[in-house]
Design a protein around this ligand. Structure first.
Ligand SMILES: [Zn+2]
Length: 330
């Protein structure tokens, strides 16, 4: 709990610069009569996530392996999300009014079609930082980009209003500053990984600091049922994952599972009940949809996913290790 609290403090403290001062142009002056849609939340929140975690390492609270394990887990979460090849970082930013603390507003299929700009932006920050460091031989970094942004838009731009210092940046301006600081044209990076859905070049970026991304295909029993976590006591389906056994069985969000294989299901015990079956087993399920009680058969299936982790390259050079040390030291 103490460590989680420090992580939150690191994130929110970084917001003093990134969002409260340096901000997307849509963030002020405010018009509270409409949503403030912006394509830049992957910068505002995602890069803040990245720096929050990096600061935990730089401050000596986390060691290197703890930091890298966290980044590996974030890669796992993003790259295995059904929406990761459907929604870009910029599109994710635009969906904030439907997603960020707003789930109660309407029922959606966002679990299958969306990603969050927090972890996605964090990973883009990690990859951008390492590409800039690697391609400039350690002369420049994302830190320089953030400082340039702060100078140009907060300190040295005319005030947006009498009370609001500086002005917000546009997405294209962030892209320009990245390219200017690095001395390299990054427009291809932004069109592929920020405005489209290609998998970021993790391995190429990590190799500059003597690290590599290991990926392993795993096949888990997974029915594709995701519970509605708003009512933890009930067995109500929140989402059905695309292409899953639950989808084949015709289950839908909102269905309340009553029995599995004839046995009444209660609270959180339902998952362990399903775990007892093996792939190919046909499991009768009864469920309530609206006022009707219906039956279906769930054919237990597996879903493939990749497991990712960040590892040290065995033949990492002295130069690569020095670049890593400079990155983690700040
Ligand atoms: Zn935040």
């Amino acid at each position: 709990m103490y460590e989680n609290t420090l992580g939150t403090v690191a994130h929110e403290f970084f917001h003093v610069w990134n969002v409260k001062r340096l901000r997307p142009i849509e963030f002020g002056p405010w018009d509270f009569s409409r949503p403030a849609n912006t394509r830049s939340l992957w910068i505002a929140e995602g890069l803040t996530n990245y720096y929050g975690h990096l600061m935990m390492k730089r401050a000596g609270i986390w060691d290197e392996s703890r930091f890298l394990r966290g980044e590996g887990e974030t890669i796992n979460n993003i790259e295995n999300a059904p929406g990761s090849r459907l929604m870009s970082a910029e599109e994710s930013s635009l969906t904030a009014p439907f997603m960020d603390r707003a789930q109660h507003i309407q029922r959606t299929n966002l679990a299958n079609t969306s990603i969050s700009y927090y972890p996605k932006g964090e990973l883009l920050g990690l990859v951008l930082d390492l590409l800039i460091r690697g391609r400039t031989n350690g002369q420049k970094s994302l830190d320089d980009v953030m400082r340039r942004m702060y100078d140009e838009f907060y300190l040295n731009s005319p005030n947006a209003t009498y009370y609001l210092r500086g002005r917000g940046y546009r997405p294209e301006e962030f892209q320009r500053v990245v390219s200017e600081v690095a001395g390299i044209d990054f427009s291809d990076f932004f069109s592929r990984y920020v405005r489209s859905v290609a998998m970021p070049p993790y391995d190429a970026a990590l190799s500059y600091v003597g690290l590599r991304l290991v990926q392993q295909r795993v096949s888990d029993n997974d029915s594709g049922i995701r519970l509605n976590d708003r009512n933890p006591g009930e067995v109500v389906i929140g989402n059905v994952i695309n292409g899953s056994a639950a989808e084949d069985a015709g289950l839908q969000p909102g269905d309340e599972i009553l029995t599995i294989n004839g046995k009444k299901v209660t609270g959180s015990g339902w998952l362990t009940t399903l775990d007892r079956f093996k792939q190919g087993d046909r499991v009768p399920i009864s469920f309530k949809r609206d006022r009707r009680t219906l039956q279906t058969t769930l054919v237990i299936g597996a879903m493939d996913r990749f497991e990712y982790r960040i590892e040290e390259m065995k033949d990492a050079t002295v130069a690569q290790k020095a670049l890593r040390a400079a990155w983690l030291r700040g």
